[in-house]
Design a protein around this ligand. Sequence first.
Ligand code: T4K
Length: 414
Amino acid sequence: MTSGSRLDDLAVLGGAPEFTEVLHVGRPNVGDRRALFERLEQVLDRRWLTNDGPQVREFEARIQDLLGVRHCVATSSGTAGIQVAVRALGITGEVVVPSWTFVATAHALRWLNIDPVFCDVAPDTHNVDVASMEAAIGSRVSAILAVHLWGRPAPIVALEELAARRGIHLILDAAHAFGCSYRGRMVGGFGDAEVFSFHATKFVNSVEGGAVTTNDDALADELRLARNFGFTDYDATGAVGTNAKMNEFSAAMGNTSLDGLTSVVAENRRCHEDYRGALSALPGLRVLEYAGNESFNFQYTVVEVDPAATGISRDDLYAVLWAENVRARRYFRPGCHRLEPYRSELAHAAVMLPNTEHLSDTVLCLPTGPSVTTDAARRVCAVIELAIAHGPELSDRLTHDASRMASLAVGTQR
Ligand code: T4K
């Protein structure tokens, strides 16, 4: 798009897409291939492919150092990490979680026959609203599980105080928050345990993988047993365990990814600022800020769309972007409480989560990371600017235009 572009130039109305190559939110960072292949050669030469191998140990030790935490226990995914943490802490009954998170946070619990109880988030930070969380603590609740959403730390001091006062556990889902800090301390050492994800779409990735970090020595022992079938020796188990081990190929990728951490954060930040510079001048858009003297990974650029001020709904803007081959995502619509099985189970309960409902209708995550150049970010912003400049007319035309429905249908596919 250029300054002279007209509404009809938008692909959703029949124009040519702005991008021939699709832009993704979670484009993986591959890192230095030579370093990766060298590590993989070593893995193959050693014929030690999984189960507490040297690559995994190196990955864990580097994370302990980076985060200043006593223990890092690498797992096969972030979801598996939540599950081994929950089991190792002996959590049962119910756990209070924000509904505004990736569904894995809730599913990890339900998979263990623990009921998630959903609470609301604060509208300004998107992180858990501590008062709403406390109000949801009933007699069956044995833990609270908060999320550092978008890599912006949850209100940890208030959560630690709440958990201590109610005599329950605190787990922090840090899937988005590797490399982020809270009051000058790296995320990873708070609560009973914190859980990271190193899925391919995360800025540090091990293809699939996760880790539980803790300063509790006894808990770390339990975690190590739990991820490896509960084995205490070759022929003995101490408790029920599962298979949540990280393999050596994943750890090799994770170590290679850690090598490039600083430059990826710098690129994420550059991309975030490219977007923020252009979008904060537009009416009705709020770009979530990474403010203050903390470390952030700038992994997500999150925009709230106010339809009254822009003249266009979030969903229409989403359709516009997808038509241009910009695969923005509506994370974490519609909120866990509106996803199955929770939705049906809660059908007759009065679940009041107004902030989650509001965010579910207004949030859009834009493609970010090193693969989104300054020029690409500028062109994405130009599309958004054009759409907003003609907001009411565009909305009106899309309402009557079948191509909008087609592009929204594409938006539900992988
Ligand atoms: N807690 C929270 C708060 C989380 O956000 C997550 C995961 C977890 C817990 C659980 O951690 P893990 O068990 O996953 O380690 C993605 C990721 O699968 C998921 O890890 C992540 N959060 C979530 C926020 O995003 P999807 O369903 O959107 O992923 P997918 O496969 O559609 O990929 C996203 C985009 O990335 C696509 O547009 C295409 C692109 N992509 C994806 C892959 C896998 C690529 O370009 N290359 C790839 O290899 O959930």
